[in-house]
Design a protein around this ligand. Structure first.
Ligand SMILES: [Zn+2]
Length: 506
């Protein structure tokens, strides 16, 4: 059967006003209309030929898909915060301002199968899910709403995951996304859609319990099935929550909660404590205790990934520089996955499947440079103040000589750099590891990519007859040291810069 709609994964930057929004799950209709689902605002239709202004904001909805007549179908699921209770179909005619219910005999097209997870080799993607929100406050007790308390824990966890990523002294490095960042209504289906579309590597849902009797108290943690990776995640998070708050241990459990069953990655659900318990609410209502609970979740995630528990240096930066690395010839809708974006201090990020990169930074002006295999390196400059500053960067495709480096060098262990060039010609490596020097402009196309200081040069030798020069050397004996590399080779008779490589010594 011909697919009538194409689901793709994409992050799309519209304006700074919705800078915190990630738009995922795009479906394309036969007439060129597009529908997006975002973690802010739900479904948005663009390019709708007959609609006023060409766009329609639909709000909440899931499984958007177009039929052969160009009509958009979607569903709205209702839930009680843990289980789905109803699902309703809607159809939007081309150009109509509002959706309607299907008429008798009208049948929706099939739901597209979920997109397969992207194998981009980037950072582990942690989807943090603050339970409830908006029209669903969750459990209520002592004047507190579960939705508010768990949102605060989730926001603190997000900051800790970012801090852990920035802190080279220990811990891990993560990409993090929240299913909601404010008191908005997000259905369970939409939470699952977001995690599956990203796709997340782990899903960590955070709740607080409630019960009619104030005697019910304690911490419990759920996954769907025992003996799974999810159960390991659940157990580590549970142990750390108990250590943090010392509430009653209600144990590790399994449950068919919607987000646990329908996420395509290992998922856990924390019931941190009872908002209805006079004991537990003392923890839940205290911002310092919520910070401790967020840290417990970080420790649990770290241990689940085989990393010793590590509290990152709590330097909350002023703002975040983020953007999309894209193919300049095709525009920001053509993201470059697996590219490397680096700052002058050697900090670097590998772009996600959606081309996304982010650097939490203190206020100041930053030069940053980007490289990707098959693209000429490029650079940009942006001033960071508070909040999120978007600066997407387009780089130009070109027949760039290929350079590869062992992506995970261990301190002192052998690692191999390989670069292509004309046989019999010399190759030169640029490398940098120490903050300070500006970008070096050779005056030709592209920039020398190593953007950190202490820019050095090393002759690599002559390219052999195979056309690929491989040089094996010992990685620096400094765990945490960040290095950037690029090569200048003779390629097709002309001196050309290769793509760059960045890595952190383990
Ligand atoms: Zn809940």
């Amino acid at each position: 059967m011909r697919r009538l709609a194409i689901l793709v994964l994409a992050a799309f930057v519209a304006t700074p006003a919705d800078a915190q929004t990630r738009e995922l799950l795009r479906a394309v209709g036969p007439d060129g209309a597009e529908v997006w689902w975002s973690n802010h605002g739900g479904l948005l239709v663009r390019g709708w030929p007959a609609a006023p202004g060409g766009s329609v904001v639909l709000g909440r909805g899931s499984y958007p898909r177009f039929d052969a007549l160009g009509r958009l179908w979607f569903e709205r699921a209702r839930d009680d915060g843990h289980h789905l209770t109803a699902r309703e179909l809607f159809v939007l005619e081309s150009g109509a301002a509002a959706p309607r219910s299907p008429r008798p005999g009208e049948l929706p097209p099939d739901r597209d199968p979920p997109a397969p997870p992207a194998a981009d080799g980037g950072l582990p993607r942690i989807c943090v899910d603050p339970g409830h929100g908006g029209s669903d406050p969750g459990a209520l007790g002592f004047g507190y709403e579960e939705a508010d308390l768990v949102l605060d824990i989730a926001l603190k966890l997000e900051q800790l995951l970012v801090d852990d990523t920035l802190d080279p002294a220990g811990g891990g490095a993560w990409d993090v996304l929240l299913t909601r960042t404010d008191d908005s209504t997000v259905s369970l289906q939409e939470r699952v859609d977001l995690a599956n579309a990203w796709p997340a590597d782990r899903f960590v849902s955070i709740h607080a319990n409630g019960f009619a009797s104030p005697a019910a108290n304690g911490t419990e943690t759920y996954c769907f099935q025992e003996g799974t990776t999810a159960a390991n995640l659940r157990d580590r998070v549970h142990e750390e929550m108990l250590a943090a708050w010392s509430l009653a241990d209600r144990g590790t459990k399994t449950a068919g909660f919607f987000v646990l069953v329908n996420t395509t990655m290992p998922a856990s659900l924390s019931e941190t404590g009872f908002v209805t318990s006079p004991i537990d609410v003392q923890k839940l209502s205290d911002p310092a205790e919520r910070q401790a609970m967020a840290l417990a979740h970080l420790f649990g995630i770290q241990r689940h990934f085989g990393i010793a528990p590590y509290a990152p240096a709590g330097s909350a930066p002023d703002g975040t520089l983020q953007g999309i690395l894209y193919d300049a010839a095709l525009g920001s809708g053509a993201p470059i996955a697996g590219g490397t974006v680096a700052l002058a201090d050697g900090t670097f990020a590998t772009t996600s499947a959606t081309g996304f990169f982010a650097f939490p930074l203190d206020s100041g002006t930053y030069a940053f440079a980007a490289t990707a295999p098959g693209f000429v390196a490029g650079s940009a400059q942006e001033t960071v103040t508070t909040g999120v500053i978007w600066e997407s960067l387009g780089i130009v495709a070109g027949a760039v000589p290929a350079l590869t480096v062992d992506p995970l060098p261990a301190a002192g262990a052998p690692m191999t750099l390989a670069v292509d060039g004309d046989p019999g010609t010399p190759a030169l490596a640029f490398f940098s590891s120490v903050p300070g020097l500006p970008l070096l402009d050779l005056g030709g196309p592209g920039v020398v990519w190593p953007s950190a200081t202490g820019l050095g040069f090393a002759p690599l030798g002559a390219v052999p007859g195979s056309g690929t020069l491989a040089v094996t050397f010992a990685a620096p004996t400094a765990p945490g040291l960040r290095l950037q590399l690029q090569a200048l080779v003779v390629d097709g008779g002309a001196a050309r810069l290769s793509n760059g490589a960045a890595f952190e010594v383990r």
